[in-house]
Write a new protein. Structure first.
Length: 247
């Protein structure tokens, strides 16, 4: 399927590994110029080499902490006019809600709510002027079906979900879409870190397995396609049918 986005420019956050990398790779395979952002410049270099080897595309890299204003400033000074924005931050740690301090909540909000909100705010007007824009936020299936001890992730991503619901409708007339991709049990390092919790979830997935990062990346690329302009303000589950059984 031709997504008709050859030559477009994508800024992909948290792209050195996992789901962010998978989205960047899928976009590059569809002819999009990709700029990868993450904190570790060494990991970014490795990611860029992998994309070049697999797709033949050259990826730009920017090392920055997007949970800080200084980090966002640094990225947007270099990448000023992306057509596509993929926001992504590593999930906050799991834990007993009684042990979550104010500092835990502020850190989670900065990474998983303020970061994407600010990146959207600072890139959306350019998309409106060019009459093309695609924003995809990687959130989590927990916004649909909360998981015990993932309160930091669930609450902050629900905040982003509410924000997108309003803003997406404000910009839709300009061919700018904002959607959320909700991963279930995708075989990333993050899922492996969840240990028994992840294994219990995988056992209940109707597809009988964990998803692959490549499958998730293709879903992201589809939402970024020129023909996806009538899909906006949505929360697309990529979970092998897991959540549909519990709603």
């Amino acid at each position: 399927m031709d997504l008709k986005i050859v030559g477009r420019h994508a800024l992909v956050c948290g792209a050195s590994r996992g789901l962010g990398f998978a989205c960047a790779e899928a976009l590059a395979a569809n002819g999009v110029r990709v700029t990868l952002v993450a904190r570790d410049i060494t990991d970014l270099g490795t990611a860029a080499k992998r994309i070049r080897a697999r797709t033949g595309a050259r990826a730009e890299i920017i090392g920055a902490d997007l949970s800080t204003e200084a980090g966002r400033d640094a990225v947007l000074q270099v990448c000023q006019a992306p057509d596509i924005l993929v926001t992504n931050a590593g999930g906050p740690p799991s834990g007993d809600f009684r042990k979550l301090s104010r500092e835990h909540w502020i850190e989670a909000l900065d990474a998983n709510f303020i970061n994407p909100v600010e990146m959207i705010r600072r890139t959306i007007d350019g998309m409106i002027e060019r009459e093309f824009g695609r924003v995809v936020n990687i959130t989590s299936m927990t916004v649909r079906v909360p998981v015990v001890d993932l309160d930091l992730s669930t609450a902050t991503r629900l905040a982003l979900t509410g924000y997108v619901a309003g803003v997406a409708r404000r910009v839709a007339r300009s061919n700018v879409t904002i959607n959320n991709l909700l991963p279930g049990t995708i075989a990333t390092e993050r899922v492996k870190q969840l240990g028994d919790m992840a294994r219990r979830l995988i056992d209940t997935v109707p597809a009988g397995r964990a998803g692959t990062p490549a499958e998730f990346g293709e879903a992201c690329a589809f939402l970024c396609g020129a023909s996806s302009g009538f899909i906006t303000g949505q929360n697309l589950l990529v979970d092998g049918g897991l959540c549909s059984l519990t709603i």
